[in-house]
Design a protein around this ligand. Structure first.
Ligand code: SAH
Length: 371
């Protein structure tokens, strides 16, 4: 299949122009200037207005259900050199693993036992996860569990995406990481001539996938203008799922070292607060999207990050089902909470945490709503 550069066509069309696959921005959402003003806002009382606005829109558009996606970190092997990621090729101290199909199937059955509607298969860009192997795995999970299957396997070819869709995969996650093309190029060495992540997402949508993307907040060199542009792009891509988390410096990576040396907070300020603002503004920009309260947020605020995310726009949680012996090695960033917690223990606490904020767990696959 040919890559369709509709994003490029849209950019070339200039402000207000859009490609066929793009949605028109909704008039009721904050425009770019308003979003930027919110990103600059520091008054807690004013920010309460934003949190309440986002929570109201969340309740009205996607309801009180918190959808649970069981995350399975299939492999921490990666041949890419992303400057931010602790799985990048060449980190010698990291032991590498790859789960067997049987091990993944056990995790998927666990997801069914726990009443989750979706499993997310995530990995580094591991060439040993061949098209055929992944295809067989998708078919097996579908046959054995009937769960919705989300893939987060990096920048894979259009032929692979098509084969996996035919095998039954429902959704594809690929974060753009930042809409600032120059910053992205600096932190993510791309292969010459490779399509952009946004173009890959649009192609996946044409194949029938629900598509998900997102960004990190607080990358060295990222500005508030960049974040406002991220929000614009989310709306124009009409994303079905949007994951937003703080950048967490990993000391074994070039960007992590840079951030630790010159204080990551230089332009964005408080990364946790900025992540909540981005979550809330994303809910307003894309009212029907499925938005997780991310693990990265729960990492920088272990006590309350998860709940605050859910109260400021998010409606999804992705509990980790990876066997603990592998989970400790899937160190995209340091300090992930619950690294040693068994899935059973986590399951025990999930319902009380969700009910504790007046919400209920979702049932069924929890796909994108369209009203
Ligand atoms: N190989 C896959 C999955 C990567 S891990 C892919 O590239 O899509 C999933 C996400 O973790 C990444 O998209 C990125 O947004 C996030 N991530 C990576 N390093 C991070 C860091 N240091 N801090 C916070 N989030 C990070």
């Amino acid at each position: 299949m040919r890559w369709d550069h509709s994003l490029l066509r849209w950019i070339a069309a200039g402000p207000g122009g859009r490609g066929d696959a793009m949605a028109a921005p909704s008039p009721s959402r904050p425009d770019r200037a308003e979003a930027l003003a919110w990103l600059h806002e520091s008054d807690p009382a004013r920010l309460e207005v934003l949190w309440r606005w986002a929570d109201d829109v969340r309740r009205a558009r996607v309801g009180d259900e918190v959808h649970l996606r069981g995350l399975i970190e299939v492999s921490n092997n990666c041949h890419r050199q992303c400057h931010y990621c602790g799985l990048r090729a060449g980190i010698r101290e990291l032991s590498r693993y790859r789960m067997t199909a049987d091990e993944v199937a056990v995790c998927a059955r666990q997801a069914v036992e726990y009443g989750f509607g979706t499993v997310v298969l995530q990995a580094g860009e591991d060439e040993a996860l061949t098209a055929d192997w992944v295809e067989g795995l998708i078919r097996r999970i579908k046959e054995e569990t009937g769960l919705a299957v989300t893939l987060s396997l990096g920048e894979r070819s259009s032929a692979e995406l098509a084969a996996w869709r035919r095998a039954g995969a429902d959704r594809y996650l690929l974060r753009i990481e930042t809409s600032n093309a120059e910053l992205f190029a600096r932190i993510h060495p791309s292969k010459a001539g490779a399509p952009s992540r946004a173009d890959r997402l649009l192609l996946a949508r044409e194949m029938g996938y629900e598509i998900g993307s997102g960004v990190m907040v607080g990358l060295p060199g990222q500005s508030l203008e960049d974040l406002a542009n991220d929000l614009d792009l989310f709306a124009r891509l009409d994303l079905d799922m949007i994951g937003i988390g703080p950048f967490i410096p990993h000391p074994a990576t070039p960007l992590g070292r840079e951030a630790l040396q010159r204080s990551v907070a230089d332009r964005i300020g408080d990364r946790e607060l900025m992540t909540y603002k981005m979550l809330a503004l994303t809910r307003l920009a894309c009212p029907e999207a499925n938005i997780p309260s991310t693990t990265a947020l729960a990492t920088i605020n272990v006590a309350a990050g998860r709940e605050l995310g859910l109260q400021r726009g998010a409606n999804v949680v992705m509990p980790n089902l990876t066997p603990p012996k592998y989970r400790v090695l899937y160190e995209v960033y340091p300090g992930k909470p619950c690294t040693h917690e068994t899935a059973d223990a986590l399951q025990g606490r999930l319902d009380s945490r969700i009910q504790g904020i007046g919400r209920r767990r979702g049932s069924g696959p929890g796909g994108r709503r369209r009203s």
